[in-house]
Design a protein around this ligand. Structure first.
Ligand code: PBG
Length: 315
């Protein structure tokens, strides 16, 4: 009877699985702040993509750990068609064509200063950054990315990327805007995973949202959709479920949430310490996103959740 009257249910169709990349072959290295999550070389990422596809996960998201020697002030590695994330995208689309590939449009993994935009004299340069983001988006679409996720938070970036995609003939590349991306402590482990933590000077509060704001999220959603976004995202997730619900109710567009690295780390650590059951925590936290109105969730638990959903136990 509970199943008959349940209002919201999690399905594998709701999941996007973020993966971390590293140079080399047959590399799978631990990330200390995210127990259970590993950086993968391209060959291993192809295997992970195949496992995701086998479990019917619709899409993965790729994030590169860039060699520190390639990080510069002008972030030129971001626009290199043969950079790590573009090579991985090509390899994955070649051997697992049925999986969707989403890539971040932002400069932080490539920036000697760890910021999402170009920095001069301690200030983020919005418009100069847009120019680099446009080129980054184009090489990513050329590599075969299905979804581009502008996570840089520069003003006007969705419009610039949409325009660039259209003029280059990439009519089928979708944009999932990081619309309500809050300046958050919960991104800490991610910055370790992509190796931008050490580089980062200061914080990202001048371009990411203030955690006290919710009207601003609605304004951003209206703006991003007008500029050509297909889907919008809220990030982090669990502490911002009210924002998910507000956007879903106020804006008739697909809304996604990103259960970020720090949220993963909290649940994993608590489960490792016997505080609660890991599988139950994964399912309850992901179901909460569905209840809040999310169409889908980016989560490091995606493969694990797909495995659990594939069994009968969760009912
Ligand atoms: C960078 C980016 C971040 C995340 C996704 N893209 C971190 C940041 O803005 O500093 C965070 C994801 C996570 O914490 O899991 N543009």
């Amino acid at each position: 009877m509970r199943r008959l009257v349940r209002e919201s249910a999690l399905s594998v169709d709701d999941l996007i699985w973020p993966l971390f990349l590293v140079e080399g072959e047959e590399v799978s290295e631990a990330i200390t702040t995210m127990p259970g999550i590993r950086r993968l070389s391209v060959d291993r990422a192809v295997e992970a993509a195949a496992a995701a596809a086998q479990h019917q996960i619709p899409a993965i998201a790729l994030f590169p750990h860039v060699d520190p020697r390639l990080k510069t002030i002008d972030c030129r590695e971001a626009v290199n068609p043969d950079n790590l994330v573009n090579r991985a995208t090509q390899a994955i689309k070649a051997s697992v064509p049925e999986i969707g590939v989403m890539l971040d449009v932002a400069l932080d993994p490539f920036n000697a200063l760890g910021h999402d935009g170009i920095v001069r004299d301690g200030e983020i340069l919005n418009d100069e950054t847009l120019d680099v983001l446009r080129q980054q988006a184009l090489v990513q679409a050329d590599a075969g990315a299905d979804i581009l996720g502008p996570s840089d938070m520069m003003d006007g970036r969705v419009g610039v990327i949409r325009e660039a995609l259209e003029s280059a003939g990439h009519h089928h590349t979708a944009i999932m805007a990081y619309t309500a991306k809050y300046a958050s402590v919960f991104y800490g482990p991610f910055r370790d995973a992509v190796g931008s933590a050490g580089a980062l000077s200061g914080d990202k509060k001048s371009y990411q949202m203030d955690s006290g704001n919710s009207d601003e999220a609605l304004r951003m959603a209206v703006r991003d959709l007008a500029e050509g976004a297909d889907m919008i995202m809220v990030k982090p997730g669990m502490a911002y479920l009210d924002i998910c619900a507000t956007l879903k109710a106020g804006i008739l567009a697909p809304v996604f949430a990103y259960q970020v690295s720090g949220e993963y780390a909290m649940i994993a650590a608590a489960a490792d310490n016997g505080v609660f059951d890991r599988e139950a925590a994964i399912l309850e936290s992901l179901t909460a996103f569905k209840r809040a109105g999310c169409d889908g969730i980016l989560t490091y638990f995606a493969l694990e959740a797909a495995r659990i959903l594939g069994t009968e136990r969760h009912r």
